[in-house]
Design a protein around this ligand. Structure first.
Ligand code: HMG
Ligand code: MG
Length: 309
């Protein structure tokens, strides 16, 4: 097992928290629904590899995302896993389902564009925000941590480039609602580092604390690591990634896999940034998962370290 040589660069954080989304963002996009036992084993292996935040599933409408329709069966099977296990909830019905099972971290998911709000939530942007408001209020009252996702922060498959002020408005609404954390999504992977920097700079000027921000890059155009580096330089310390580079969004054409967690860990460890992740175990997990899915992982690091082709 080779490891990157460690050579720190100035102006970067000492530690990064990885928000692992493979079990949710990854598996929601699989053509064949993965058996519940395999999902549970995946989450367990990710925790054993040192990941401390593992997004487990979604309590969305089962007809919209049949791949995650087993959330009620899966969640109790992983309740003993030693990691935070956030789940997606779009509305109060989803929150009820999550709270019944004892979830302590939930995520609502908004859109910066009208087209994706309609495609993903069957709502306008503002109708979706109104749908989230009672979800966030009730979650906070129950002492549940709330992440707010914002999709299409950089580009949208129907509307093209998304103006920064349009993104900032919805960020502000999610934070004002009480979200503890805000994850900036490049749902279709079109962002480039200057654009990332421009959005983060604007959010800082609008007094959004950088500690509340996470970045969520899909790797469609191979930009996810470069974009992550730009975010780290700005002070972001929470990065979303998906083991093996699984993922995409069934409601956004041209969305491919997330930034692969292994590729992220290789870069961070090379920079001397602590993640708590054991890269060898993580690669073994993605090789195992690739075997379950019947195709090789798209992660360059998984391929290089496992000679998987
Ligand atoms: P709708 O059709 O407008 O639903 O869908 P509704 O509110 O009109 O309700 C219709 C029926 O669905 C009702 O049942 C509800 O009870 C039921 P009826 O009274 O007719 O018998 N229902 C539910 N059942 C179970 N669980 C629920 C639920 N909600 C309603 N939670 C809805 C609106 C939001 C439900 C739907 O659009 C939906 O489920 N969307 C989810 C889409 C999704 O999961 N997308 C992927 C995640 S987002 C993503 O991947 C992006 C991200 O990674 C960041 C990035 O990359 O940018 C996060
Ligand atoms: Mg995503």
């Amino acid at each position: 097992m080779s490891l990157p040589m460690t050579i720190p660069a100035p102006g970067l954080p000492a530690r990064v928290r990885i928000h692992e989304v493979g079990a949710r963002d990854g598996l929601q996009n699989e053509k064949e629904t993965v058996p519940t036992e395999v999902k549970a084993e995946f989450v367990r292996r990710l925790a054993d590899a040192g990941l401390t935040t593992i997004e487990a599933t979604s309590f969305v409408h089962p007809k919209w995302v049949p791949q995650l329709a087993d959330a009620e069966q899966l969640f109790p099977m992983i309740s003993d896993v030693k990691a935070a296990l956030p789940v997606l909830v779009p509305n109060e019905r989803g929150l009820d389902r999550a709270l019944t099972l004892g979830a302590t971290r939930v995520a609502v998911f908004a859109s910066a564009t009208e087209s994706f709000a309609k495609a993903n939530l069957n709502r306008t942007v503002d109708e979706a925000l109104a749908m989230f408001e009672p979800v966030v209020a009730r979650a906070k009252a129950a002492d549940v941590h709330v992440r707010g996702y914002l999709s299409m922060c950089f580009g949208d498959p129907w509307e093209g480039a998304v103006p920064v002020p349009q993104v900032v408005r919805v960020c502000r609404a999610l934070l004002d609602m009480g979200c503890d954390e805000l994850s900036l999504g490049d749902t279709i992977g079109v962002a480039t580092p200057g654009h990332v920097r421009a959005l983060l700079t604007e959010l800082t000027q609008e007094n959004v604390p950088v500690e509340k921000l996470a970045v969520h890059f899909h790797d469609t155009y191979g930009q996810a690591l470069a974009n992550t580096y730009a975010a780290l330089q700005h002070g972001v310390t929470t990065v979303d990634a998906s083991a093996g580079g699984l993922g995409g969004c069934p409601f956004a054409k041209s969305a491919t896999g997330n930034l692969a967690t292994e590729d992220l860990v290789w870069m961070l460890h090379g920079l001397g940034i602590d993640t708590g992740v054991d890269l060898g175990r993580l690669v073994a997990t993605s090789v195992w998962m690739a075997d379950q899915l019947g195709r090789p992982s798209p992660s360059r690091t998984v391929r290089a370290l496992s000679h998987q082709e």
